[in-house]
Design a protein around this ligand. Structure first.
Ligand code: SAH
Ligand code: SF4
Ligand code: F3S
Length: 470
């Protein structure tokens, strides 16, 4: 397997900026400011990529708008993780026929993880003739070139070659939120969990250089950012491909040393690589949120082996409980898959018992979805859909009770929270553990940390009051 990362040179990026200039000049000749709409599906990695797509679009002179109707460009940044996610994209893509009929000059692009699946690009080629461009995540850095060719050659463009992946530093970004930022520290995945499409569509694991990450974080903090979330499919293997003498724990510590009042979060941690050193680095710095997303996927060692997760039930429990022992206030969350091919009732019960033992603050729960090209899609799967749905409901009931109990135990306690927005008459804030708190207060509080005393709790969120307002 070719695993070599391509590093995009500053000269190659300059060529892309030259395409931006050509596109901007094209619109000047048209005598108006063009508009662009970017729709993002899937995880934070895609959100971060969309910020770069918007960055390029802004550099090409586009104004970013919030609806596809009438926009000169629509970019669908897609997710392939489960079938449902793909169906949604195809449904929404179908609906764009109508907007395009009303505005025939509109250009439509599909990118992101679905664009990396051969059967998807084939379907777009054949059944969606009004889609003007398709590019996989490997080609995001070439978006200006793709767009320019669509505008000038009046020909559909497909940039979908399968590659180990590249790293491009210096793509402009238009961030969604000045207060909270995503920072990708690495791309791709080498784990090949048997159910998962990500390694096929996002390529091999590759880390950004620590100096580039630190410079980006420093710049964010200087510009008033209060929360940085470091992104990677498996952040714990950060640096292994670089030979830079820094692992993820070292990187966290280095970012935490940047001057300023801000909080660092990260996701996702693969349990195999989550180390005591990491937990100790988290415990040592007040700037690193005591929050850990540690997906376990299944409580059964047999299923974990079939998933190719490289840990068993005991090893997982050991890691999770060690993390909790080192950080008593840790907020622990996880992902779990119900109905993996061949999962028996007993194995499902093992998942329930693991949840009861660890007591997660919250869980992201999924029913297994076969992904074309992944090994699990070919495994025998005798369990009927109805039975999987029943297991899923039972699991959610167990977790909801635990979430409710943990949230109720917060009542009366005071947390330092980042006030981040407004919902109706109330302000919203997040505890260090990432729990949502709604409370009455003046909008001038938005953008800073404040102490909030919890007064009420539901399964999903908390209510509170400002400490000084007592
Ligand atoms: N890199 C992360 C996960 C990214 S995908 C990690 O390893 O933890 C997010 C979650 O989607 C996974 O943790 C898994 O629970 C779920 N998932 C991935 N593929 C799936 C599939 N084929 N069917 C159902 N859930 C899936
Ligand atoms: Fe998918 Fe596994 Fe990689 Fe996560 S670690 S992205 S679940 S292959
Ligand atoms: Fe989806 Fe791709 Fe993220 S498949 S979950 S958008 S890495």
């Amino acid at each position: 397997m070719n695993t070599k990362t391509t590093v995009i040179t500053p000269e190659q990026l300059q060529e892309q900026f030259a395409f931006c200039d050509r596109i901007a000049a094209y619109w000047v000749r048209q005598g108006r400011t063009p508009t662009a709409y970017v729709e993002t599906y899937g995880c934070q990695q895609n959100e971060a990529d969309s910020e770069k797509i918007r960055g390029y679009l802004a550099q090409c002179g586009y104004a970013i708008v919030s609806s596809a109707e009438g926009a000169d460009i629509v970019v669908m940044n897609t997710c392939a993780i489960r079938e449902h996610a793909e169906q949604r994209v195809f449904g929404n893509l179908g609906a764009l026929t109508h907007t395009k009929r009303r505005h025939p000059e509109q250009k439509i692009f599909l990118c992101g993880c679905m664009a990396g699946e051969p059967h998807v690009s084939e379907r777009i080629r054949k059944s969606f003739p009004y889609v003007d461009g398709v590019f996989s995540t490997h080609h995001l850095w070439q978006f200006p070139e793709i767009l320019c060719r669509v505008l000038t050659e009046k020909k559909r463009q497909f940039y979908i070659t399968d590659e180990p992946g590249s790293i491009a530093e210096g793509i402009p970004q238009v961030r969604d939120n000045a207060l909270k930022a995503w920072v990708s520290i690495m791309y791709g995945c080498n784990n090949f969990c048997t159910y998962c499409i990500v390694p096929y569509v996002r390529g091999r694991e590759r880390s950004r250089r620590p100096e580039d990450i630190l410079a980006e974080c420093r710049c964010l903090v200087e510009n008033g950012c209060k929360e940085i979330t470091l992104l990677g499919q498996n952040v714990n293997s950060y640096g292994k491909d670089l030979d830079c003498g820094m692992d993820f724990a070292d990187l966290l510590t280095a970012i935490a040393a940047i001057d300023g009042d801000f909080l660092i979060r990260f996701m996702t941690s693969h349990p195999r690589d989550a180390s005591r050193k990491l937990f100790e680095a988290m415990a040592a710095s007040p700037k690193i949120a005591k929050q850990l997303h540690l997906p376990f996927q299944s409580g059964s060692s047999r299923v974990l082996k079939a998933m190719n997760r490289h840990y068993d039930r005991e090893q997982y429990l050991n890691k999770a409980l060690t993390a909790k022992a080192i950080m008593p206030d840790l907020v622990l969350t996880s992902d779990v898959i119900v109905g993996f091919p061949g999962e028996t009732e007993e194995e499902f019960e093992e998942t329930l018992s693991l949840i009861r033992q660890v007591r997660y603050d919250s869980l992201f729960t999924f029913i297994f979805s076969p992904r074309e090209g992944s090994p699990a899609a070919k495994m025998e799967d005798p369990t009927p859909k109805e039975e999987k749905n029943r297991r899923f409901d039972r699991l959610c009931a167990v977790q909801n009770e635990i979430s409710q109990e943990i949230h109720s135990s917060y009542i009366g306690k005071t947390f330092r929270c980042l006030v981040d927005g407004q919902e109706g008459d109330l302000l919203t804030a997040r505890t260090e553990g990432g729990r949502l708190v709604r409370f009455p207060g003046d909008a001038s509080l938005i953008g800073d940390f404040h102490n909030i005393t919890i007064t009420g709790a539901t399964t999903w969120s908390l209510t509170g009051k400002l400490l000084s307002a007592e």
